[in-house]
Design a protein around this ligand. Sequence first.
Ligand SMILES: Nc1ncnc2c1ncn2[C@@H]1O[C@H](COP(=O)(O)OP(=O)(O)OP(=O)(O)O)[C@@H](O)[C@H]1O
Ligand SMILES: CC(=O)N[C@H]1[C@@H]2OC[C@@H](O2)[C@@H](O)[C@@H]1O[C@H](C)C(=O)O
Length: 369
Amino acid sequence: MMEAKEGLRTVVGLMSGTSMDGIDAALLRTDGRDRVEALDFLTIPYDDGFRTRLRGCLGGADRSGPVAAVERDLTDAHAGAVRRLLDKAGLAAAAVELIGFHGHTIHHDPDRRLTCQIGDGARLAAVTGIAVVNDFRSADVAVGGQGAPLVPLFHRALAHDLPRPLAVLNIGGVANVSWIGPGSAEGEAEVVACDTGPGNALIDDWVLRHGLGRFDAGGALAASGRVDAVALAALTAHPYFDRPAPKSLDRDAFDPAPVAALSPQDGAATLTAFTAESVARVVSHLPAPPVRWLVCGGGRHNATLMAMLADRLGVPVEPADLVGWDGDALEAQAFGYLAVRSRLGLPLSLPATTGVPVPMRGGLFHPVA
Ligand SMILES: Nc1ncnc2c1ncn2[C@@H]1O[C@H](COP(=O)(O)OP(=O)(O)OP(=O)(O)O)[C@@H](O)[C@H]1O
Ligand SMILES: CC(=O)N[C@H]1[C@@H]2OC[C@@H](O2)[C@@H](O)[C@@H]1O[C@H](C)C(=O)O
């Protein structure tokens, strides 16, 4: 284990999110506590062929057979992303201490203590020549936690100078919120977190099914449609929204059947309202209403969604970039930060972020052989 001394470590964080759009790779310096310096970032999109293979892995937790081949190719694609990132930043691999490798979630069922991220940590360490931490969620679900979201402690580290209570909302394929309250006696702010519901995944699937691209660029399709109140009510009747936090979701937890008969425009409008409504529904599960919402993840580029959120939340809802964060890079940065915490033996999750009984460490270390 690394010595628990002060000092910044240069690390890479890698995320392959539920949108299956590609690999996010971030270079940062951090002490794994409250100091974070973002250095560089890039995204390597998956090609359609690989995206189809990855989609074919979703839902199962068996890593053998065709999944093993996808896992190997996914790992090598991550190694390529690290190479490209270091080339862009003009750094040699030897200058990087650690990679935090999230991998790709193919199955998440914390109630059955199951979560599965594919991505071969030992292989990534061997190919890049940099030590790797992966498997961030298993220890959490093994003790009855949700195993997600894990970014909240990173959000807290970034947010220490901002007014509270603050909500940081990530709208990826699934959406999740970190509520950051005022400081406690130990000087650490209270954090409450959960997945709020769908993010972009249902909208993406809808747009793709209608042959209108991979996502609703800018929210234009939704803006040209009308929200169907009956379909929206059916979608929001799901019991998930009444469950208290912490709670988490698998990508395909919601059945979009209520919108099936709608026009492409009205379906997009209704699914976009579903994401906004599910975020609004989380407020009653937070200790106090946030005074501001900072939004990260690809969903912040959807103007229709952002307007629907502002409408429902009644306080400023703004892209996280407005306070100097890179809203596309945060998740990848978070896994670099969590990799350092893993090596320092610091918790990755708390009872109020994932429902673990006590603050939990996690991650699996793969040294360079
Ligand atoms: N210009 C845009 N207009 C509308 N939506 C966009 C735009 N750019 C990206 N998105 C949405 O953002 C999604 C990608 O978001 P992001 O990269 O944050 O997701 P992720 O990291 O895969 O997900 P997760 O947070 O669930 O792990 C795209 O699939 C798309 O739906
Ligand atoms: C099981 C899993 O991979 N969950 C993801 C997913 O994507 C968004 C949301 O659902 C969040 O809970 C989590 O990712 C982020 C990075 C997290 O753990 O904080």
